[in-house]
Design a protein around this ligand. Structure first.
Ligand code: SF4
Length: 505
């Protein structure tokens, strides 16, 4: 979006207004693929009946079904995979601006979408309106920019772990007809233009791309390529630029943030990065998502504990708790080891909020495996928990495994876990009542204008429960994106209600 904006396109989220429609897709599980395809078809109808002249499909679905998309949906004019972001300009028929380096890399979208208004599984449609193809850059529907762009991408130094897994066929796309065999190597940097669609006080920064882990249910490495970190200085520079423009909350993301810097020769790279970012004046909340369980080092925990502006929050997807099943998943460990890890985390960072996610219905998941998972959830008492149904993905190691679990059993197991977590969460949220916390006000609730919504440091953007604000205290109104002191007055299963005590801070 930043590249399009800089090249002269005006961006709109209303397809009816657009001359160019762009669907950014996801394809790591069935439901995400379906949502992506439904959105492409919906946009194809707009193209047929409305003002749009061009339809572009971008993202992970392209990495997987590059040829098939174009064959099956003739309305699609161009495809842009995750490794060829800059080819979006060519696909849109826009010329690259001449003096790119001298322009500011940021443009904040006015009236940005509120959390929760976008797709749940990651499909986003955006449209470039009134694109002006200044200076040529004529559109050629036959152009396949992938090979050219990839050839220009800098070679990232891969980790020995990734090279080893590559030799074992971890990143192979041989089973995927119509996918290019070249893996993405693209990484953006601090000079890449961005167009923020998050509320103006919050931003995500991707610090690494790809993944070298062997998890047998997962095709993300096949889609996203080998693990590669962004340069340390580039991440710090981007964070400084964001804070200078009013961002107060930064969330670091990547498929596995806890590996950050290993390919750059850094030891404890994420801890070092957090140290550097926490020192940025004006940054109030800093967090990272998606820790790999055996990469949570003492140094990382010490860094979280030491900085007031690093949120006491850890998202560590565990996927399962049965040692036998985790072995089949090619992840290792099990309930006993995880409980020790959680104990270590809670001792090092008292009061930390823990989030995890599990997969139910992995091939061979026996009633006993499921029981172990239930017992573990009961003992671990996570603050936030997500449950995913196993999705059988061609190209994943688990695709060829036998003993597939019937869909009905998977659904029933998911419901059981959610019910269990509901009762754990309800009891835990009751303990919040009476607590004084700092709250980031986000704006009027989608459900009713009588309530506002906000978040504490224990809520990551867009994913965890909500804080409803029903009392502004002595204040007339609140300002979205500002921080306030508040007291929790009521608790529900996942959400809590708060009263403002003072601020803005
Ligand atoms: S660590 Fe996450 S992204 Fe990487 S292979 Fe495992 S599940 Fe997939």
């Amino acid at each position: 979006m930043g590249l399009l904006d800089r090249a002269g396109a005006r961006l709109t989220s209303h397809p009816k207004e657009a001359e160019i429609l762009i669907v950014n897709t996801c394809s790591f599980i069935d439901t995400a693929k379906q949502e992506s395809i439904d959105t492409i078809l919906e946009m194809a109808q707009h193209k047929a009946s409305g003002s749009a002249k061009r339809l572009i499909v971008a993202g992970c679905l392209v990495e997987r079904y590059r040829d098939e998309i174009r064959k099956s949906i003739p309305e699609v004019d161009a495809v842009v995979g995750t490794g060829e972001l800059e080819a979006i300009l060519e696909a849109a028929g826009l010329a690259r601006p001449a003096a790119e380096a001298s322009l500011s890399p940021f443009n904040i979208l006015a009236g940005a979408a509120r959390p929760g208004q976008e797709s749940k599984s990651g499909t986003h449609k955006h449209a470039a309106e009134s694109a002006r193809a200044e200076g040529g850059g004529g559109f050629n529907p036959r152009t396949e920019p992938a090979e050219a762009t990839r050839a220009l991408a800098p070679e990232s130094a891969s980790r020995p772990e990734g090279d080893h897994r590559e030799q074992q066929g971890r990143f192979s796309r041989d089973d995927w007809q119509g996918a290019t065999h070249l893996l993405p190597t693209y990484l953006y940097d601090e000079t890449t233009p961005r167009y923020l669609t998050t509320p103006k006080s919050s931003a995500y920064i991707k610090i690494a791309e790809g993944c070298d882990h062997p998890c047998s249910f997962c095709v993300i490495p096949n889609l996203r390529g080998k693990f590669r970190s962004r340069r340390f200085e580039s991440v710090v520079a981007e964070a400084q630029q964001l804070v200078a423009r009013g961002v107060r909350e930064i969330t670091l993301i990547g498929q596995d943030t806890t590996c950050y810097g290993e390919d750059l020769g850094l030891k404890d790279g994420l801890a070092l990065l957090l140290d550097a970012l926490a020192a940025i004046e004006g940054l109030r909340w800093l967090r990272f998502l998606y820790a790999y369980p055996n990469r949570i080092t003492g140094k990382l925990l010490d860094t979280i504990a030491r900085h007031e502006n690093i949120c006491k929050y850890l998202d560590v997807p565990l996927q399962h708790a049965s040692p036998g099943l985790l072995k089949r998943m090619k992840r290792g460990a099990g309930a006993d080891i995880f409980l020790k890890t959680l104990e270590k985390v809670r001792a090092a960072v008292p009061g930390i909020a823990l989030r995890t996610s599990f997969i139910v219905g992995f091939p061979g998941e026996s009633p006993r495996d499921f029981e172990i998972l239930e017992e573990f959830i009961g003992a671990a008492k996570f603050d936030w928990l997500g449950v995913f149904n196993y999705s059988d993905e061609e190209g994943s190691g688990a695709f060829s495994l036998d003993a597939k679990v019937p869909k009905r059993t998977i659904e029933a197991r998911k419901r059981r876990l959610m019910k269990l977590q509901q009762s754990i969460s309800k009891r835990a949220k009751q303990q919040w009542v009476g607590r004084e916390l700092v709250l980031l006000a986000e704006g009027e609730s989608d459900e009713t204008p009588l309530l506002w919504e906000g978040r504490t440091q224990f809520h990551a953007p867009e994913i965890d429960g909500k804080v409803y604000i029903n009392d502004f205290g002595a204040l007339e109104t609140l300002e979205p994106g500002r921080f306030y002191r508040a007291e929790i007055t009521e608790a529900h299963e996942y959400d809590v209600v708060a009263r403002v005590l003072g601020g803005p801070l």
